[in-house]
Design a protein around this ligand. Structure first.
Ligand code: PLP
Length: 465
């Protein structure tokens, strides 16, 4: 007791007399040394000055955070905020990639509700998961990705760690690159999902872009892509979208994937797949994983980040995984130990709810089949509005412009080719909220709104340059 009193006296003998110490400008008078103490030492959150042996705490109206500038709104999530603030009845949110029903309402899969009921019936507890996540989830997710009988799984060459959805899993992969491949560059498609660059920037991994989108054809610039991957320094990481490329909706053909794998192999690069739409692009879990499986079947070492946000509608549960397929079980064991080491100080261990949902659904043949049916239903609704949109635009636009790229693209999005000004016009005049790169989420479109959207796109394309 006595010693703690002494320590308080020596560290915080303070006079909180702000008025007597402030000048008419509101700034504290100087003249004594400025000290900031707490029991552990300097404290950046108080502004105290020492005059002889007395330390005086002054109230200041200048924030210690004055030097922190306002961050710009997120280009994707900021669109939803602007949409919410709009009171127009016409408004349509095609910004965020989240599935909506025909009534444009968020959708919780029936099979997810069933899995949640099972959890309640079992009375599952809320104990911490291990750092690597739920074992049943990790097994299920690797098997969904690679196929249960994949030799890489059988030979225990796959290190799987549950991550905080696709984003958190990419971030763990980026941290592994930063720590064990210092200076290695990640090649990112131009354009790409808005968060990729943030993820590698924050992980301090250098990146550069490879050509991907050809505005002339609104298709894939395959030659450019191959050239850029070829000319990157040997041993670079190549970030590839496993299916349903975001934002373009343009995927390489199976033959093109073979050639991409050839170049990556020749150059000793390491592919890093981002699989955020497995089963959601084509309606088939296997077809949408074909690109990853091709690379693994060639014996390449591969990183894969997975997400269950879209295909199970588990956006807010933050459930996904980082998989590292290595050439030996020993390497996989070491990699896994390091992924755990990276995860521990970031978030300690992952959340359990989404992991149980995935593990329960995949582990139960009835639920698994129900999931596949619901996924096909969601993918089917998106495909249907995609075709309706194309039909409507093609019928209304008499200019002769070829809009067939809309139906050649796949997945949740259509990359309309509208530039920033035209995209702004879509929002300002037509109250259609979308990202400024011309991407629209078809998952947010209903049959009832197709004609309206077609009119808005035609007007913006032809009347705004
Ligand atoms: C290409 C791509 N990668 C990763 C993600 C990650 O999403 P989440 O962190 O919600 O799983 C998304 C989401 O839109 C995406 O489009």
């Amino acid at each position: 007791m006595a010693s703690s009193l002494l320590s308080v006296a020596s560290h915080t003998l303070s006079l909180a007399s702000s008025s007597s110490l402030e000048t008419h400008t509101g700034k504290p008078k100087l003249g004594c040394n400025t000290l900031r103490f707490n029991k552990e030492g300097p404290n950046p959150f108080t502004n105290s000055r020492s005059c002889g042996r007395i330390s005086m705490t002054v109230a200041v109206n200048v924030s210690r955070f004055e030097g922190i500038p306002m961050a710009p709104p997120d280009p994707i999530l900021g669109v939803s905020e602007a949409f919410k603030a709009d009171t127009s009845e016409l408004k349509l949110n095609l910004g965020v990639g989240a599935y909506r029903t025909e009534e444009l309402q968020p959708y919780v899969l029936k099979v997810v509700k069933k899995a949640e009921n099972l959890m309640l019936e079992r009375g599952d507890n809320k104990e911490y998961l291990p750092i690597e996540g739920l074992a049943a989830f990790n097994k299920a997710t690797a098997e969904l990705l690679l196929g249960a009988d994949n030799p890489a799984i059988k030979q225990q060459r796959v290190a799987t760690v549950q991550g905080l959805s696709g984003t958190g899993s990419l971030r763990l992969g980026a941290a592994l690159i930063e720590r064990y491949f210092p200076g290695a560059k990640v090649l990112i498609s131009a354009p790409t999902w808005g968060n990729h660059k943030n993820i590698f920037n924050d992980a301090r991994v250098p990146w550069s872009e490879y050509r991907y989108y050809d505005p002339k054809t609104v298709g894939l610039d395959f030659e450019g892509m191959i050239e850029d991957i070829k000319s990157a320094p040997e041993g670079s990481f190549v970030l590839l979208h496993g299916c349903a490329h975001n934002p373009t909706g343009i995927d390489p053909t199976p033959e093109q994937w073979e050639k991409i794998a050839d170049v990556i192999q020749e150059k000793n690069h390491i592919p890093f797949f981002d699989v955020a739409y497995q089963g959601f692009a084509s309606g088939s879990l296997d077809a949408d994983a074909a690109s990853v499986r091709l690379f693994v079947s060639r014996g390449l070492e591969v990183l894969v980040a997975q997400s269950y946000s879209k295909n199970l509608g588990l956006y807010a549960e933050r459930i996904g995984a980082i998989n590292v397929i290595s050439s030996s079980p020993e390497a996989a064991t070491r990699v896994k130990s390091q992924l755990k080491r990276l995860a521990r100080p970031m978030y300690s261990n992952p959340p359990v709810h989404g992991a149980r949902i995935v593990a329960d659904i995949v582990g139960n043949p009835n639920l698994f089949n129900e999931w596949k049916a619901e996924m096909e239903m969601m993918a089917g609704r998106i495909k249907s509005v995609r075709h309706q949109l194309y039909d409507s635009i093609a019928a209304k636009d008499k200019s002769g412009k070829d809009w067939s790229f809309i139906v050649k693209q796949i997945g949740m999005f259509s990359y309309t080719g509208l530039n920033k000004e035209q995209s702004d016009h879509m929002t300002n005049k037509w109250r259609v909220y979308m990202t400024k790169d011309g991407r629209i989420s078809l998952a947010g479109l209903s049959a009832a709104k197709v004609e309206y959207l077609a009119g808005a796109i035609i007007d913006s394309f032809h009347n705004v340059s």
